[in-house]
Design a protein around this ligand. Structure first.
Ligand SMILES: [Cu+2]
Length: 159
């Protein structure tokens, strides 16, 4: 992936046809070399009741919607079939909660890279729409993570 100098902080408000889904503050956590998975986070508002049912990205072999939760003080992460987007409500994908999981990464995601990400949104009528985003990558805390934090999906529950 080529680093792109212009960080599109203003990414937002993407409107998909009649479903009117807005995405803001989207970001992907930058990775260290050899890291195979990362997460994408954002705020989504749908004008009508809808569901986020999937996502795709050319940078990842596998993209899933994940839910993270604390069980007995241990972080657990699991794939979910979809995420409800109630009309007019801001649904937040954030570290420690729901996120779009990018796995089987094909290259390192460097800070300021723009990561193409397509969200698949399904309306109540069962119609699906694709939302194409260019999501800026950010290093957590503004510094690159030490390689020692480079762990796999199973063990690194901090992504
Ligand atoms: Cu995950």
């Amino acid at each position: 992936m080529k680093p792109i100098a212009v960080a599109l902080m203003a990414l937002t408000m993407v409107t998909a046809g009649h479903a009117q889904v807005s995405v803001k503050d989207a970001w992907v956590r930058a990775t260290v070399p050899q890291q195979k998975a990362t997460g994408a986070f954002m705020q989504i508002v749908s004008a009508k009741d809808a569901r986020l049912v999937g996502a795709l990205s050319p940078v990842a072999g596998v993209v899933e919607i994940h839910e993270m939760s604390m069980v007995n003080q241990v972080m657990h992460m699991r794939a979910v079939s979809g995420l409800e987007l109630p009309a007019g409500k801001t649904v937040e994908l954030r570290p420690g909660g729901y996120h779009v999981m990018l796995m089987d990464l094909k290259a390192q995601v460097k800070p300021d890279d723009l990561v193409p990400l397509m969200l698949v949104i399904e309306g109540r009528d069962g119609k699906r729409q694709n939302l194409d985003l260019q999501v800026p990558a950010r290093a957590l805390g503004g510094v690159s993570s030490p390689a020692s934090k480079n762990q796999g999906h199973q063990s690194n529950m901090k992504h």
